[in-house]
Design a binder for this molecule. Structure first.
Ligand SMILES: Cc1cc2nc3c(=O)[nH]c(=O)nc-3n(C[C@H](O)[C@H](O)[C@H](O)COP(=O)(O)OP(=O)(O)OC[C@H]3O[C@@H](n4cnc5c(N)ncnc54)[C@H](O)[C@@H]3O)c2cc1C
Length: 268
């Protein structure tokens, strides 16, 4: 047997989905299934019930405001972000989503699932942290909005509580962004990643060096300042079969410089 028996529901409204999640501690939201189903197949997780979000119109769509702000539904897939003309207002989004895994994963995987997983090797947590995204979370008490920095709490842990769903991600206007990663092969998992945003301030977010993206705010975007900021962050990343802690620390500096250089190029 591939999976143990699991209940399944496909609610037609956000209210119904939240009610189902709140009623059962063992229920889990199912978005693209590209992490959750694999976790279940590996017997690393075993929810009692899957609450499929695929029919929830409230979690879909990409809206571009007149001020350039993007509002992206949590169920938006990577492929939709790559192809959307609205998302091109913040081109780095499509550029990074196009680097995630393969076509099958990109067609099913969602922006909401990616950040709710908060796997430190995922591409989107550091990117959304650097872009200054805000997340809307819906529960029985209504909506609440948290910044990216308050959203990512630990490995596989976010501000989305029991009985709640991430509904949308708001990204402010801007184009001066960059992203750089060293991955396991082409389209592979990140060993270290860095995202940079130079829209009004200088912000860098480093991925794979801690449980949550490490966000650095700088006064200057020159290379020496970037190197000094990463060095003074006293990173202590884990060592594993792919990279030692020292190598990850070295990559963080190199990739931060590359991400900032790309962001500076996109500014001009
Ligand atoms: C072969 C392979 C390679 C991959 N490589 C990469 C990679 O290089 N970079 C990368 O970033 N990712 C990678 N991934 C992961 C992929 O991007 C997943 O799509 C993503 O991690 C989860 O998104 P999902 O929509 O599939 O979510 P699901 O797997 O359905 O859900 C993941 C978790 O998020 C929760 N969740 C989902 N949506 C919500 C919501 N709206 N509100 C609250 N909780 C929610 C679920 O309950 C579950 O716990 C890879 C996956 C595969 C299979």
């Amino acid at each position: 047997m591939l999976l143990r028996e699991v209940a399944y529901a496909r609610p037609a409204s956000l209210a119904e989905a939240v009610e189902l999640l709140a009623a059962n501690d063992g229920a889990r939201a199912l978005a693209g299934g590209q992490t959750l189903i694999n976790v279940m197949k590996a017997r690393a997780g075993s929810p009692d019930a899957l609450i499929d979000l695929s029919a929830l119109e409230e979690l879909k769509g990409i809206e571009l405001g007149t001020d350039g702000t993007l509002e992206i539904g949590a169920m938006t897939t990577y492929t939709e972000l790559v192809q959307s003309s609205e998302a091109r207002a913040r081109p780095i989004l499509g550029e990074v989503c196009a680097q995630i895994a393969d076509v099958q994963v990109r067609n099913r995987g969602t922006i909401g699932g990616n950040i709710c997983t908060n796997d430190p090797t995922n591409h989107l947590p550091p990117l959304l942290a650097a872009l200054g995204a805000e997340m809307t979370i819906h529960g029985a008490g209504g909506d609440r909005t948290v910044t990216a920095q308050d959203f990512f709490l630990g490995v596989y842990m976010t501000a989305v509580g029991a009985g709640e769903l991430l509904t949308k991600i708001r990204i402010p206007a801007g184009r001066a962004d960059g992203f750089a990663a060293v991955t396991l092969g082409v389209e592979g998992t990140c060993i270290v990643s860095a995202a940079a945003s130079l829209n009004g301030s200088v912000k860098i977010a480093l991925g794979c060096v801690d449980a949550v993206p490490v966000v650095l705010e700088l006064a200057s975007d020159d290379e020496a300042a970037v190197r000094a900021a990463v060095a003074s962050a006293t990173l202590d990343p884990p060592s594993d079969v792919h990279a030692s802690s020292e190598y990850r620390t070295h990559l963080a500096e190199v990739l931060a410089v590359r991400a900032v250089a790309q962001a500076a190029k996109n500014r001009s």
